[in-house]
Ligand binder design. Structure first.
Ligand code: AHG
Ligand code: MN
Ligand code: MN
Length: 336
């Protein structure tokens, strides 16, 4: 559907305009998105001063993923938990940086939303000033709003998401939000501290000319993805390679320009590296709302039932043509 918006539409006004189309809406989703936007502005402010705010480098801790926690990872995680826990809209959070689910305080059991979040995606790029991001997904709880949230509220296919998005901390700060009617981009004007609608309706080309994969692992790939990547590099194809090493940044470029991102199973990571709940699912929800596709090399990402909150999957995501062609090649690539 083509939605007409005036120049200068703020995120708040956009959300309030959407509210009119949902008669049963209580305003909790608008409130939730305002909390997410606030957390994004706070992290953006720190990212822009990371070299001066003592936020470079690692805390020395190792998280549940077995990765060294960067100072900005911890700041971003604490900022999102604080923004989500005390506003009455959220009953549970799953964060990459938390070993277990985080239930919001008892008095907020009535919150109707569950949020999955990668507070800071692309941590290896913090110290080298490359684009990093926050990725989030939003479910409506299934359990009754009177009691505490349950694991079943979040161990469910991404098909049940009601919204997803990311906040890119790059040359500018941009919030991309997907809801049932489409994908919208909002750019932060730091001089006024507001997100303004800058991309009224994002649609991904069915086929592009960019592929993103870390070829440093090529020796660990299955035969299918090896064949597929070779086919993109054959003489006469129009593909170019781009890989930043920040999932959301690589994804965003391909979303706007077309192309395919692949993080396949490897002998080191036979189940893939990327996490389903707060990386693959939110981006798969976004890409499908933008007309694209996402699989694990065999099955649509949004149909995968998570086995745990930190479930990892291989990921192939982008234009429908490239994802179909890659998946046709890769379906025999991994054991399960
Ligand atoms: P995170 O920083 O949240 O742990 O995510 C890092 C991920 C993702 O952003 C990126 O696509 C991928 O790691 C890069 O992995 P490689 O360095 O193995 O290519
Ligand atoms: Mn990540
Ligand atoms: Mn992360």
């Amino acid at each position: 559907m083509s939605v007409q918006f005036e120049e200068g539409t703020t995120l708040d006004r956009f959300l309030m305009d959407q509210l009119r189309d949902y008669p049963g809406a209580t305003g909790q989703f608008v409130n939730l998105m305002q909390s997410i936007a606030l957390a994004g502005k706070m992290i953006s402010s720190r990212v822009n001063r990371v070299g001066l705010a003592g936020l470079l480098g690692s805390t020395g801790e190792v998280n549940v993923q077995g990765e060294f926690v960067q100072k900005l990872d911890r700041y971003a995680n604490e900022t999102f938990l604080r923004a989500l826990e005390h506003r009455g809209h959220t009953c549970m959070v799953v964060s990459e940086e938390e070993g277990e689910v985080v239930l919001t305080p008892d008095k907020w059991h009535s919150g109707r939303y569950v949020v999955t979040v990668d507070p800071l995606d692309g941590s290896s790029n913090i110290d080298v000033n490359a684009t990093i991001a926050t990725i989030f997904g939003v479910y409506r709880r299934k359990s009754s709003e009177g009691g505490p949230a349950e694991l079943a509220d979040v161990l469910r296919p991404g098909r049940e998401l009601v919204a997803a998005g990311y906040i890119l901390y790059g040359s500018g700060t941009m919030l991309v939000l997907a809801i049932d009617r489409g994908v919208f981009g909002f750019s932060l004007d730091p001089t006024v501290g507001e997100f303004f609608l800058s991309h009224p309706s994002i649609v991904v080309p069915a086929r592009g000319s960019i592929f993103s994969v870390n070829e440093g692992y090529a020796a660990e790939w299955g035969p299918g993805i090896t064949r597929y990547v070779q086919s993109l590099k054959a003489p006469g194809t129009k593909y170019t390679a781009r890989y930043i090493g920040s999932l959301a940044a690589d994804f965003h470029r391909n979303l706007l320009k077309g192309g395919v991102f692949l993080y396949p199973a490897t002998t080191t990571s036979p189940r893939g590296k990327l996490r389903l709940l707060y990386e693959a699912n939110p981006l798969a929800y976004i890409i499908e709302k933008a007309g694209g596709a996402a699989t694990n090399g065999r099955t649509p990402i949004l149909e995968i039932r998570p086995g745990s909150i930190h479930h990892r999957v291989p990921l192939v995501i982008g234009g429908v043509d490239e994802v179909r062609e890659a998946t046709e090649q890769m379906k025999d690539d991994f054991a399960f």
